[in-house]
Design a protein around this ligand. Structure first.
Ligand SMILES: Cc1ncc(COP(=O)(O)O)c(C=O)c1O
Length: 331
């Protein structure tokens, strides 16, 4: 039996279900949201989509939010007004098929506040805000994928705080367990996560609620809580990486198009697709040590840098030295 309040919640949930989905999912070009059946379909890379394809899932890709690498961007001024308008056009063509009542529904707009696999792309803030606003107008749920960006990886506790957008659902994982356990978390505003929608047991599976994994998260969260200067420290790391990378990049303007730092991450944008070769040089240029960096098939001109958030000044100096050696190697 429902109380009045519960009946109201149920009504809202029913309305949302009726309005929203299941239906089309909207993402940015360059998106990567994991390798499961549904999430791999959101990836911009066909390599991931082919693995476990969920056929029939309709995905709309908005223009790339990467104002540094996109050919339509206005030099030095981020995404242009044309692209901002383009991200607020979708919807009409979906609803138009077969007339108003036969249109496809738009369930969700899913975004990363910094696209890692897409090449360390921070969406232009105006572009992201416009896309979120439009998603809401279309009745879509706004989902922030904070699996990579959550827990201060890109500065504030949540990456979406950088642009000031407010999601309806947040998914996070990596920084919660710090590699000590396989665990992720979903937060949602009410009534999306209410017991009427997710009845007790509906999230049950063999690998849910493992006491040792929960103990790891408990311990990690305690440490986060004790790190009271984290915002300031990560900003300092951002500045330390930016200044070193800028200095080294200036030695080879023919090879480096730009560098950028976002909290505890940075990217080096090269003038050509030689990031894979550079990655090898980062590891082998200094035979006994080397530096681990990442590159992806989606962005063969970008080197992704994600050091531990507690990296020190001396290690950053060494990093700059290795970067310079790798550039000299390519040159
Ligand atoms: C942005 C993002 N979303 C989701 C995932 C989760 O991927 P998977 O489900 O394959 O572990 C990852 C993992 O790297 C990620 O970086």
């Amino acid at each position: 039996m429902h109380t009045d309040a519960e009946a109201t919640v149920q009504g809202v949930v029913d309305d949302e279900l009726a309005t929203n989905g299941p239906g089309t999912i909207v993402v940015f070009e360059g998106a990567f949201h994991g390798r499961s059946g549904v999430t791999s379909m959101l990836s911009s890379s066909p390599r991931y989509r082919e693995l476990l394809a969920t056929w029939g899932l309709e995905v709309v890709r908005l223009p790339s939010p990467d104002s540094q690498r996109c050919p339509h961007a206005v030099a030095g001024a981020g995404c242009g007004p044309g692209c901002r308008e383009a991200v607020t056009r979708w919807g009409s063509e979906l609803r138009g098929i077969g007339g108003r009542d036969f249109g496809r529904k738009v369930s969700a707009f899913v975004f990363e506040s910094v696209q890692n696999v897409g090449g360390m792309v921070e969406p232009d803030h105006e572009l992201l805000r416009a896309a979120v606003r439009h998603a809401r107008e279309q009745g879509a749920v706004v989902i922030a994928d904070e699996i990579f960006t959550g827990m201060h990886r890109v500065g504030p506790r949540w990456g979406f705080q950088r642009s000031g957008v407010t999601p309806d659902i947040v998914v996070t994982s990596k920084g919660l367990a710090n590699g000590g356990a396989a665990l992720s978390m979903v937060w949602s505003r009410e009534p999306l996560g209410s017991p009427e929608r997710y009845r007790p047991g509906s999230h049950s599976s063999t690998y849910v609620g493992i006491p040792s994994a929960l103990a790891v998260v408990d311990t990690v969260l305690d440490r986060w809580e004790r790190w009271t200067t984290v915002d300031k420290d990560v900003l300092r790391l951002e500045e330390a990486m930016r200044s070193r990378l800028t200095e080294v990049a200036a030695l080879h303007p023919d090879l480096v198009r730009g560098v950028d730092a976002m909290g505890g991450t940075a990217r080096i944008v090269l003038t050509g697709p030689y990031a894979g070769r550079m990655r090898h040089l980062f590891r082998s240029g200094h035979p006994d040590t080397g530096v681990l960096v990442a590159t992806t098939g989606m962005a063969p001109d970008v080197i992704n840098v994600h050091p531990p958030l507690v990296i020190g000044e001396r290690e950053l100096d060494f990093f700059a030295q290795v970067f310079e050696t790798a550039l000299n190697g390519i040159a």
